[in-house]
Design a protein around this ligand. Structure first.
Ligand SMILES: [Zn+2]
Ligand SMILES: [Zn+2]
Length: 83
């Protein structure tokens, strides 16, 4: 069986889904496993879990709101598929 690569940074990770560096980040709570798709992800990345924090009130490109809407829709699809 070929060695796995880290699901976060794609470095070689032996038999683990995460490399050593990303395991440390996981211990610090920066990397979590998605309940829905069982993939590891950075905490700041929304996966299937709908946890959208409102954008900060400062400078954001006008396309940002649209991006969030598409993200939510993608997440919903992922949730629906998981059920
Ligand atoms: Zn890694
Ligand atoms: Zn997910």
């Amino acid at each position: 069986m070929p060695p796995k690569t880290c699901q976060i940074c794609t470095k070689a990770s032996g038999i683990y889904p995460l490399c050593t560096g990303c395991f440390i980040l996981r211990d610090k709570g920066k990397i979590v496993k998605c309940d829905k798709c069982s993939k590891w992800k950075k905490i700041e990345n929304n996966c299937c879990v709908i946890n959208i924090t409102p954008p900060p009130p400062q400078t954001k490109p006008s396309g940002f709101a649209q991006t969030v809407v598409s993200l939510i829709q993608a997440n919903m699809t992922c949730v629906i598929n998981a059920i």
